[in-house]
Design a protein. Structure first.
Length: 349
């Protein structure tokens, strides 16, 4: 095991709503993949909040959404007793393909299009190998939003006795045709702009992707029309958003690879369940919390509600919000309060 406390992968400029924490990078060795092949010298990036050595405090794992890094759930920190840094330790793990952990854009041995396809199951296996390296055999809670919530549910099915609690916000246990259609439209908007050597023009590449993924999938018509009075205002917002997204340094091929994993997600594609979703969800031992907004134009809430009904111990929180998929973010402070109270109720804290 090798640990690099100053990650060689570029980190975007710290945002005002992010909480700084020490970053680490571990080489977990070659990672065998569910679709065949392997990621050579796989590296997993993570950030640690609190003293990891203090085993008197519960340990919480944060997981990343698609196209995000280890700051994705910072908005929940210190909003509840469960996630109060005076009482809790947190490891926020970067998912495969996010440009911080091993990805097409940063691999030395398998750069860009030579990088192998991976799944959400592979993300979970890489995270388990990381925690094994750190000597962690059990955690209190695993939390994720969107693709992070999908990973959390995969964790609960794959390693049912590893955690006490699961919090999955705006998730799916199996990707729907609607969600896969959304990611396909976004993927097609990116693919033709990437050269074989991985180079791309960010000003052109992200133009169609931005309205698809940052507005149509993430928000609702009500919230959009409340925020923008006319086409001129939203056009200006897109220009500003393009500059912000460019500053994040995300590579479009990384997003494409993550979106392919997103589309293939199904927690029941694992022996002994063999595609039986009801059986897979019934096997979950952890106490669970699933949170959904009133309307989600990316991950349909019906799938999450169905999922919650099949998990033996699961609380479902319906958020009365117009923020859609972004209800699980810093943009919706009212929902953050409700989610934080529900997390405390789940963990008994």
């Amino acid at each position: 095991m090798s640990i690099d406390t100053s990650s060689e992968h570029s980190h975007p400029l710290l945002q005002s709503d992010w909480i700084d924490a020490p970053h680490h990078l571990i080489n977990i060795g070659d990672l065998s993949l569910e679709l065949g092949g392997k990621i050579e010298h796989c590296q997993i990036s993570y950030a640690v909040h609190g003293d990891l050595a203090d085993q008197t405090k519960p340990l919480v794992i944060f997981l990343c959404a698609i196209g995000s890094i280890h700051h994705r759930l910072d908005f929940l920190i210190n909003q509840s007793r469960t996630l109060d840094l005076n009482q809790t330790r947190i490891i926020a793990i970067d998912a495969l393909g996010n440009g911080q952990s091993s990805s097409p854009s940063n691999s030395t041995e398998q750069a860009f299009f030579r990088f192998p396809r991976f799944t959400i199951g592979d993300m979970v296996h890489s995270q388990k190998k990381l925690l094994d390296h750190l000597g962690i055999t059990h955690v209190d809670t695993i939390i994720g939003a969107s693709m992070g919530g999908m990973q959390a549910l995969k964790w609960a099915v794959t390693y049912p006795d590893f955690m006490d609690h699961i919090v999955a916000l705006t998730p799916m246990s199996k990707t729907t045709a609607w969600a896969a259609s959304m990611t396909r439209a976004a993927r097609e908007s990116l693919a033709s702009h990437i050269d074989l050597d991985g180079s791309f023009d960010p000003d052109r590449t992200w133009l169609a992707w931005l309205p698809i993924m940052q507005m149509l999938a993430m928000r609702t018509p009500h919230e959009c029309d409340a925020q923008f009075d006319d086409v001129h205002q939203i056009s200006k917002w897109y220009e500003q958003r393009l500059q912000w997204w460019k500053s994040m340094g995300f590579h479009p091929l990384d997003w494409i690879y993550q979106s392919l994993a997103y589309d293939a997600h199904d927690v029941s594609q694992l022996a002994p369940f063999n595609g039986d979703l009801e059986k897979a969800l019934a096997s979950i031992q952890a106490k669970c919390l699933i949170g959904v907004p009133s309307l989600d134009l990316f991950n349909p809430i019906e799938q999450a509600i169905y999922t919650a009904g099949l998990i033996p111990q699961c609380d479902l929180v319906k958020l009365d919000t117009h923020w859609g998929h972004m209800a699980a973010s810093a943009l919706d402070p009212a929902s953050t309060k409700i989610i934080s109270k529900a997390i405390d109720a789940l963990t008994g804290r």
